[in-house]
Design a protein around this ligand. Structure first.
Ligand code: GLN
Length: 545
């Protein structure tokens, strides 16, 4: 079990309550170490029994983040990619479902040679194998940061915690570091911050054999030296290793705050990772750009998961990146597509500087999206459609302009008279739901002279997909005659990847998900162009009034 490559392993756990921002804390540490010149990769363990989040409802799980290699992963992978500036893949997100699936496959094959299959050592070995494999496959890696989902004390997390405890036993203290994120709540009536929940959570961790090396304490108020010493004493860590993680306005500020508290230096000292300071100049510039933006645009996102904004995580972040690049703050107005018809769309959306229709599944809310797109098309409002947003734009134009009033997707109306969106041949016979969509990165050729070509400034791009349905090629001519341009196609020309309307200030839609590839210092070209078009609209409104 000893990793031969000299890679160091950091484990990030969380206690007290969920939603403390473990993913952001882990990503922030990843960025700090990377900016110290180290090669860093990250791994997320999710203790639930689903094989992946692909079959879970967005209401349950939030966004499904798709990687280049087509894995449907936890949304924290999005934060990892955005903070590390590096693309990850299937092996960077492992669920309990995958662990048990692998073990049961081996058991049926007879690999265990008649032995009883148990949580320790079989499940724990499988878990450890996922961590060590990352280091073995990439000998250049200096650090692997592993985040364990859930909260310490959960029944489900136990095998994962036991496995990461064993990693220290296997590899030695000089190669492992445990970081625990807890909450230090402020109790207003007592005018006090309370350390007890942290003490209890660390006690639970120590009962299972893990002594955290560093505590990250999420807090509304600053933690003074006395509080740090008290936490340190009860939790058996030095006060220097009690690190304040104060609430920040933007997630991108978090690494800067943690660095001001000395996080990366403490980690580097404990693991012998060198003395170099992290170079955070560029990141600081980005954060300043986000905070100091002088302009503002209002962009409506018309979707059906608007009460669960985690479902649109990467879209929100893509707007932050694109806003910064345009010196603008993007105010996103969330509009529920279920309650939208032509009249309410006009009322709610006419004043917007831009409209984005995101992806989605199922019939509910689709007519509202069609109504929003009609308004965007007719009133010249800048529009970006993503995945279902592209499909709805095709349906809209087919019905309103191409003389196909009954047009629909076979996802919503299997027997409709003009199936402008339909299943791909290879999808037709599929019975299994999980992992069977068109998933991951595909190349897309951009048509010369198109808006898409201008935005990207390249002839071919690679973008990530997650959908079953496609534009029906039998209707391409009719749609083109109605004014639609197919400006991005698969290299064989068979799949429509981008559409646009040339007679419109900015109307473009993609079958893929551009938001998944946007990064702080590399905003996605289409988001950047949407925000720029929205700024032009907002300025022309000022000029008119
Ligand atoms: N439901 C559509 C499909 O499967 C769109 C999917 C999406 O928007 N991600 O093709």
């Amino acid at each position: 079990m000893v990793s031969s490559s000299g890679t160091k392993f950091i484990f990030v756990m969380g206690g007290v309550v969920s939603s403390l921002g473990k993913g952001i804390a882990a990503s922030s540490l990843g960025l700090l170490l990377k900016q110290r010149g180290l090669q860093v990769s990250m791994l997320k363990f999710d203790p639930y029994l689903n094989v992946d989040p692909g079959t879970m409802s967005p209401f349950q799980h939030g966004e499904v983040f798709v990687t280049d290699d087509g894995a449907e992963t936890d949304l924290d992978l999005g934060h990892y990619e955005r903070f590390l500036g590096r693309s990850l893949g299937r092996e960077n997100n492992v669920t309990a479902g995958q662990i048990y699936d692998a073990i049961l496959t081996k058991e049926r094959r007879g690999d265990f040679l008649g032995r009883t299959v148990q949580v320790v050592p079989h499940v724990t070995n499988e878990i450890k194998g996922c961590v060590l494999r990352l280091a073995d496959r990439d000998p250049d890696l200096d650090v692997v940061i592993t985040e364990i989902g859930g909260t310490v004390g959960d029944i489900e997390s136990l095998p994962f915690l036991e496995a990461v405890r064993q990693v220290l036993f296997d590899l030695g203290r000089e190669n492992c570091l445990y970081l625990h994120l807890t909450l230090v709540p402020y109790i207003a009536t007592a005018h006090e911050i309370k350390t007890k929940p942290t003490q209890h959570s660390v006690k639970t961790l120590r009962e299972i054999g893990i002594q955290p090396d560093i505590l990250l304490c999420r807090t509304k108020l600053p933690l003074n030296q006395d509080v740090k010493e008290k936490i340190g004493l009860f939790c058996n860590v030095s006060a220097r290793d009690v690190i304040e993680a104060r609430d920040a306005e933007s997630i991108y500020e978090v690494p800067l705050r943690l660095e001001a508290e000395g996080l990366s230096q403490r980690v580097a000292e404990k693991l012998g990772l060198g003395e170099r300071e992290p170079d955070l100049e560029d990141w600081r510039r980005f954060v300043r750009g986000v905070q100091m933006a002088t302009r503002e645009v209002r962009i409506a996102v018309v979707g059906k998961y608007v009460d669960h904004l985690d479902s649109y995580k990467s879209i929100i972040e893509a707007f932050t990146h694109a806003g910064e690049a345009n010196d603008a703050r993007v105010r996103v107005e969330w509009v529920d597509s279920e309650n939208l018809n032509e009249a309410t769309a006009a009322e709610k959306l006419t004043d917007m500087d831009g409209i984005l229709v995101p992806g989605g599944f199922g019939h509910r809310g689709v007519e509202g999206k069609v109504a929003a797109i009609r308004l965007a098309r007719e009133r010249g409002i800048p529009f970006l459609g993503i995945c279902l947003g592209l499909q709805a734009a095709i349906i809209e134009l087919a019905r309103a302009v191409a003389g196909l009033p009954g047009a629909d997707s076979t996802e919503f109306e299997p027997q409709n008279p003009a199936p402008v969106i339909c299943l791909m041949e290879e999808q037709k016979g599929l019975r299994q739901m999980g992992g069977t969509m068109r998933l991951g990165a595909y190349p897309c050729r951009l048509v010369a002279g198109s808006l898409a070509r201008r935005c990207y400034d390249r002839d071919e791009v690679s973008e990530r997909h997650r959908h079953r349905y496609e534009v029906n090629n039998a209707y391409r001519d009719k749609l083109a005659a109605a004014g639609m341009r197919f400006s991005g196609l698969s290299p064989d020309g068979q799949l429509v990847e981008i559409i646009e309307l040339p007679d419109h200030p900015f109307f473009i839609a993609t079958q893929f998900h551009p938001e998944l590839k946007s990064r702080p210092r590399a905003p996605h070209p289409l988001f950047r162009a949407l925000v720029a078009a929205a700024l032009t609209r907002s300025q022309s409104k000022v000029a008119v009034s």
